[in-house]
Write a protein that binds this ligand. Structure first.
Ligand code: AMP
Ligand code: ZN
Length: 496
């Protein structure tokens, strides 16, 4: 079934939707640019990994043997994506008077916690940039003579030394390429030339620096991704992913380095760029600027959790939009995604109960087999997901399957679990109570609420409405809102 529809994916390099053709038959090798671990990731960053996860899950669903690598950038990423500014980690370490290694460790772990909470599957490898410095030096040495030049501040890549530089970004002129770069480095031959190796300036010290033929210093950010993707997946590999911002500077520069390293010429040949497909997720935006890590209380996943939202409500929010569309974050939108998730879980509960009734045992459904009724939604699902990961349509098909009538529950449950392997919502294991909104700063515990509810129920059964109302008012004073008769069965929620 999963092979029936060819997988089509949008390639940012050619700007067309292409049929996926693996470099190695039966395999799929994917590299995703990982987080720069100088701060917590915001939920926009996490959108990039939900997208890469759906891509990886889809490739597995289609039967490819997936090797996914995500890197951890702990060195080299400057405060400007090009060559201006300071290293983000060095800056954070100096400001907080902390070791860079401690900072990197702390934020890598925080990122991994978000990955787990969002049901993002573990990649085959988390590659840590600082583990690859010797390989970066080797790579740089191999391209230095033909493609680079030395300046007082380090080694620079000459973008005119490769064919089709900037095709990914569709840069038109020298001015366009230079636009937005706040500072220029003295002596650069072309505004788009970029640092392969940055020498530590005289009189300055860095916590992270290594010896190199171009002086003691640190690797450029673009170099690390070229090196780790090439080493771990082999050039050319199948798919390189990142957020849409990387389409402008980081990925064109990686491509130029890959061309230099592989001695490949123009970019009309698939794979000459190091990867056959370059895929980019669009941004999650928030109008009031809360996405920015410098905005104080910025939008981290933890903030959503603290306000009582289940993390998978955010995954649902991502899935409702196409990855190439901009997605606007709002609390209302998150609430709606949570409600949608809850509807799925309620429907699942109904099917599980029916299954229990019919077969008297725990249901067991891990593979979908052809069934006349479920084949329609499963077919629509497979078609949607193969159509450049149309998760919005895939979700509709998923819901259609759950609303089938007069059918063995086993068939529905197995079909749903089969589709959820791609969506990754984990509906099989979610309970209604997991999705209850319960902010962390409320003092009332769930047990106290349940206890009060039981007393209220007993009072109502005895038609003692005065006591029932009193309990309701007491709960309201503690921020608990009762929702009698709510069609979704939220008996209560804690105030926002
Ligand atoms: P960084 O930690 O800044 O290197 O970013 C990690 C990933 O998040 C990269 O793939 C970025 O392109 C992506 N990204 C950054 N901001 C957003 C956003 N607002 N929405 C979606 N993806 C983003
Ligand atoms: Zn990268």
């Amino acid at each position: 079934m999963s092979d029936a529809v060819p997988l089509k994916l949008f390639n940012s390099l050619t700007r067309v939707i292409e049929t996926f053709q693996p470099v190695h038959p039966g395999e799929a090798r994917v590299y995703s640019c990982g987080p720069t671990v100088y701060n917590y990731p915001h939920i926009g960053n996490m959108r990039a990994y939900v997208f890469a996860d759906v891509l990886g899950r889809t490739l597995s669903f289609k039967g490819y043997d997936l090797t996914h690598v995500i890197n951890i950038t702990d060195v080299g990423h400057l405060t400007d994506d090009a060559d201006a500014g300071e290293d983000k980690l060095e800056k954070a370490a100096a400001e907080r008077a902390q070791s860079i290694w401690d900072i990197a460790k702390h934020y890598t772990e925080a990122y991994w916690a978000d990955v787990k909470a969002l049901n993002i599957r573990q990649p085959a490898e988390w590659s840590i940039a600082t583990d690859y410095v010797p390989q970066m030096l080797e790579f740089a040495e191999s391209i230095a003579d033909k493609h680079c030049y030395k300046l007082e501040s380090g080694l620079y890549f000459d973008v005119s030394s490769v064919a089709d530089y900037g095709r990914l970004a569709r840069a038109q002129t020298d001015e366009d390429e230079g636009e937005g770069r706040i500072e220029q480095v003295d002596g650069k031959r072309h505004p788009a030339d970029f640092a392969i190796w940055r020498k530590t300036p005289e009189g300055e010290t860095r916590q992270m620096e290594w010896d190199s033929p171009w002086g003691r210093g640190a690797p450029g950010w673009h170099l690390e991704c070229s090196v780790m993707s090439g080493k771990l997946l082999g050039f050319p590999f199948d798919i390189h992913t990142g957020g849409i911002d990387h389409r402008e500077i980081h990925h064109p520069n990686e491509i130029a380095q890959n061309q230099a390293f592989c001695c490949t010429n123009g970019l009309d040949v698939p794979g000459n760029s190091g990867a056959r497909l370059w895929m980019h997720n669009n941004f999650l935006v928030e109008r009031s600027g809360k996405m920015s890590k410098s905005s104080g209380e910025f939008l981290r996943l933890q903030l959503l959790l603290d306000k009582g939202y289940h993390p998978l409500a955010y995954r649902m929010m991502c899935l409702q939009a196409h990855y190439r569309s901009e997605l606007e974050f709002s609390w209302k939108g998150l609430g709606a995604a949570l409600t949608r998730l809850k509807r799925l879980v309620i429907a699942m509960d109904r099917w599980k109960a029916l299954q229990q009734e019919r077969h008297g045992a725990d249901w067991h459904a891990d593979s979908w087999e052809y069934n006349k009724k479920t084949s329609e939604p499963v077919g629509s699902f497979a078609e949607a997901i193969a159509n450049d990961l149309n998760t919005a349509d895939a979700l509709t098909a998923f819901e259609e399957c759950l609303s089938l009538k007069k059918i063995d529950p086993d068939c529905v449950l197995s079909a749903v679990c089969y589709m959820d392997r791609v969506l990754g919502l984990g509906v099989e294991h979610l309970a209604r109570t997991d999705l209850r909104i319960a902010p962390k700063d409320t003092e009332t515990t769930e047990m106290e609420i349940e206890d009060a509810l039981a007393r209220r129920k007993a009072a109502r059964a005895e038609k003692d409405f005065a006591t029932s109302d009193m309990i309701r008012d007491e709960l309201a004073a503690q921020g608990v809102e009762l929702m009698d008769g709510d069609p979704l069965g939220w008996e209560w929620k804690l105030g926002k």
